[in-house]
Design a protein around this ligand. Sequence first.
Ligand SMILES: [Zn+2]
Length: 223
Amino acid sequence: VSIRHHISDETIISYASGSLAEGWGLVVATHMALCPSCRQRLAEAEMVGGELLDAVPEIASDKLWLDGLWATQLSRLTGSEEVKVESLPQRPAGQDFILPEPLRSYVGGDVDALKWQPLGLGAYQIRIDTGDGQTTARLLKIPAGKPVPAHSHRGLELTLVLSGSFHDSRGLFARGDMEEVDESLTHQPIALPEADCICLAVTDAPLRFNSRFLRAIQPLLGI
Ligand SMILES: [Zn+2]
């Protein structure tokens, strides 16, 4: 797996400090399960955080609390089977292999058993309940060779490719690649023709579609 698009510094630091809502944590940790380089960056962020706290004795008691949070975040990663991918780089992405932990704990491990809900235009989704009250997490299936309708964002959108690939104005995104998009970008991801593209997408506000028709039916689709 050669991953080209990684987690931003801001998101890594927020994750290291334990301040991300569960939905964001889900997509960040699932990327890390596939990405040794971001796991390394997380370890560095945690080390820097620890050194900062060591330098300020009066908040030493808070450090114990933070250590606990970090240990929790790390255990999510180290408890993951998929972390073993590092030592098995040649293993093909079979059906049993598409959904890494911690995502697997939310939706199960069998892609074929997923209950996809039609979104129209050949696309499908599965909503994932994170219970954090802030984010919406979903699996998206974009049909091979087809676009997701052009849209912009009212908040942040983190998208992790699990299978297949898509491209947009930022480049090509394949398995393990993460795209972080905010209000500044309008984009139209298009799945490459070889295969359907399955992504994990997390947002904190409804998308804004360019099409008036899609905006009208959006509440029905729940996107
Ligand atoms: Zn990465």
